[in-house]
Ligand binder design. Sequence first.
Ligand SMILES: [Zn+2]
Length: 509
Amino acid sequence: MTSSNVPSTTPVTPPVTPKDASAVVLLRDRDDPKVFWVKRSQKMKFMAGYYAFPGGQRDPEDSLVPVANCTDSEEAHMIACAAREIFEETGVLIARGGESLTSERRSLLRRELVEDRLGFNALLELTGLIVDARDFIAAPRWVTPHYMPRRYDTRFYAVWLPEGQETEIIPGELELGEWLRPAEALQRWCDGGCLIATPILHMLQTLSLGIDGFVERLDSVSQAERDRHERIEMRLGFFLCPLRTPTIPPATHTNCYVIGGEEMVVIDPGSAYPEEQEKLDTLIESLQGEGRRIREVIITHLHTDHVGGVRHLVERFSLPVAAHRLTAEAIASSITVDRLIEDGDLILLGGEPYWRLRAIWSPGHARGHLSFYEERTGTLISGDLVVGFGTVVIAPPEGNLNDYLASLRKLLKLPRLTALLPGHGPILEDARGKIEEYITHRLEREEQIIGLLAERPRSIPELVGIIYADLPEAIHPFAAASVEAHLEKLEGEERVVRVDGGYALRGSI
Ligand SMILES: [Zn+2]
């Protein structure tokens, strides 16, 4: 029972260059301000199912749009992008002068724009309207963190809803749009009713303190600086600290979570790199500074990229360690586990409100793998059973495909899944969809292997060469482990037999 040398997930590509984007914090009712937020549809490749502010990526044609009262051409492009996006997504047209548009005419023009029959610049020329920078209050700019598979350098603009205009969402990229008080939006987030990205949370928190001078307040907080994402609170009391971990190059990150209120636990402090450990130390110290108490370190499973920072954390903060018995046994030579967690154990974390982490023994990726289900909010911490991007490597003997599928099905039985907090990659809103996708993917792969073996007996390298033809050679050892896991399952089910130099379908030879 040793820790496998196989990294736990497929390596990801190096950080991508962020794309320019604009987003609009649309406001109304100055006496009792409300903000407009939208829910991104499940079809979106970036932050599917998240609540966000309307906006999108810069279009080359945005540079054609003249913007009054703006001398900086770069800023003008981004304001034009914001004006176009807010019109496309909500039907609100932020422009001055020209034709006085009826709402019918405005929605007709919007349709022309959305359906690509009329460019935004042409639309403005046609109506004599002018985008004016004075209508776009520049809020801070945020860059998606480097470990995300898609990244945007987003400029946020606060904009007041013009009199006589209303918002209207055309279902598609967005599922819905809603006006609400910033404090109500925050409450919804606190209750675990929605996922929002850090900049949106930060802006809602700032807006909820009052509208006057909120842009200045946004600017004054260190988080509002570019590329600074030190404190990521995905849900109330669910802090995400992505740490670079020693897996195979190119570098990947492991998501470490610090969860709770007055009492907290740290799950998977995986990095052995001192500079990464320092990031986590800083987060923990800042949480302690708020009067919170860190109770213990919890390990989801034995892999190096999940346990690499445990000893450091234990020594630095004098914390006990908890894990499943099988994990404890496997890592005994390097880490002492003080408390064993069994399937179904409840970890109750005190505070306001409270956090109920239910342990779920979920072998398959690793024998002693634990997932955690927070019962109040329906949040699933999935470790390496399900990850935010790429696939999970099932490498026998530690990995077992039958167990893996059984564990995935076990998760599907959970009463309510509102978010998936994986060991790697982005936090996902559609937890159930992702788990189902994983099951389908494995079963399709199995069918593919059966199909290939039906033609003739084949070796593992041969199967890998066919199935993973488009993957770089460097990935093939991990692919081979996955193929082996499938063959092991099929052999156990007596559907496949070992033959000279490989495997054959039972009955076919
Ligand atoms: Zn792993």
